[in-house]
Design a protein around this ligand. Structure first.
Ligand SMILES: Cc1cc2nc3c(=O)[nH]c(=O)nc-3n(C[C@H](O)[C@H](O)[C@H](O)COP(=O)(O)O)c2cc1C
Length: 392
């Protein structure tokens, strides 16, 4: 039975449909955090503690949520976060999300661990610029080729992820036997039988494995050899000299993702990167780390505008975007919010997620007495309800 997209009025609505339509192992892969999931839950919960100051009798006409992220115009200060296996939430998922982002006027970031390849995205978005996320791998020849492929695909910025050289454990992924494509076990087949829409989409596409990797690395032909390849390949020796190595080879806008500490933030600014992302990887890595929104103010203060500070983790509404902006994030990334839309409805679902967040952002900004997001600062927050840098 069809579901009317216009009845999807918040991100939670999309999440519930995604939960029904996406095979269990891939839904769980998106909707979980590491270990106790404490940090995963805190990312969302800590936004709720921050209260906004309602202002009245302020002219609300002619509002704008337009801004820039590393110099690129954005319809709102939100970009699509890099997420692995997105083409398993929905067939051709990365292509559909990139198309929706392009149409809306916000950046799309492709993960190294995507299903659709760099070349797929370039081809299906008319070579519209997008961003690429890189993991540091031991095979430097492969990395150099990947960087060259990102340039050739017209990527306009590179996000280097610093917080995943070793993997935090997600219990459900192990219990579900997460693999791409799913192994034909009895439990998987029973679950897949209840997801006909997903199965038909997958049968109609050839994109079912890691598009940036398979066929580009010798010895990797399928997922079973690929999983051992990734386990061996993520380079645990990653350090600031490697950041310099990537910066030199890339030569364009560089964004460092996964910063949670003021001292690391200063080093990130020293490295000459253009932006950093305050991020705990959506609560998927260090369980026990603070919520990203709580880590943001101290990092913004430490960086002191030397480079742009962005944040991600727990953004499920436009109110969250506005709070992040008020606390010093020039831009934000959204992970699950777009994944739920994608899993539920494909491209229109991603578009819907972006419309929902944009409308909430616009209306909330107006209630707080602002018409231009560029002028929003901490004055929209109720004192005593928001995190402050230590010592204040
Ligand atoms: C399913 C999933 C896969 C992810 N894969 C990647 C990845 O490949 N590279 C990366 O840098 N971050 C990855 N992340 C982290 C996101 O980029 C982002 O930091 C996080 O999703 C933000 O939190 P949110 O989902 O609460 O918005 C992933 C997150 C999710 C939920």
């Amino acid at each position: 039975m069809g579901i009317d997209l216009s009845k999807m009025t918040c991100i939670e609505d999309l999440r519930q449909v995604a939960e029904r339509r996406v095979p269990r192992m891939f839904y769980d892969y998106a909707d979980s955090g590491s270990y106790t999931q404490g940090t995963y839950r805190a990312n969302e919960a800590q936004f709720q503690r921050i209260q906004l100051r309602q202002r009245v009798a302020v002219n609300m006409q002619g509002r704008s949520t337009r801004s820039t992220m590393v110099g690129e115009d954005v319809a709102m200060p939100v970009a699509i976060a890099p997420t692995g296996l997105t083409g398993m939430q929905h067939a051709d998922g990365e292509i559909l999300a990139a198309q929706a982002a392009k149409e809306f006027g916000i950046p799309f970031t492709l993960s190294t661990m995507s299903i659709c390849s760099l070349e797929d995205i370039a081809e299906h978005t008319g070579r519209h610029p997008f961003w690429f996320q890189l993991y540091m791998m031991r095979d430097r020849d492969f990395m150099e080729r990947l960087i060259e492929r990102a340039k050739a695909a017209n990527c306009s910025a590179l996000q280097l992820t610093l917080d995943l050289q070793i993997l935090g454990q997600r219990h459900k992924d192990i219990k579900n036997g997460l693999s791409t494509p799913p192994r034909p076990t009895l439990a998987n087949l029973i679950n897949l039988a209840t997801k006909p829409r997903w199965c038909l989409g997958m049968l109609a596409t050839r994109r079912r494995s890691f598009g940036n990797i398979v066929g580009h690395v010798t010895g990797v032909a399928d997922m079973s050899s690929l999983s051992s390849w990734t386990a061996d390949q993520f380079d645990p020796t990653l350090n600031w000299a490697d950041v310099e190595w990537v910066k030199k080879r890339w030569g364009g806008k560089l964004i460092l993702k996964g910063i949670m500490d003021a001292e690391d933030a200063r080093l990130a600014a020293d490295s000459g990167a253009d932006a950093l992302v305050v991020s705990n990887h959506g609560g998927r890595q260090l369980d026990g780390a603070p919520a990203s929104i709580d880590a943001l103010p101290a990092i913004a203060q430490a960086v002191d505008r030397r480079i742009e500070v962005w944040m991600d983790g727990g953004i499920r509404s436009g109110q969250d975007v506005l709070k992040a902006r008020a606390l010093g994030a020039r831009g934000t990334l959204i992970g699950r919010s777009f994944l739920y839309g994608l899993g539920a409805f494909g491209r229109p679902g991603v578009a819907r997620a972006l419309q929902i967040i944009h409308k909430e952002l616009d209306v909330t900004m107006a209630f707080c007495g602002h018409t231009d997001i560029e002028n929003v600062g901490p004055e929209i927050l109720l004192p005593g309800t928001y995190p402050q840098p230590a010592g204040q």
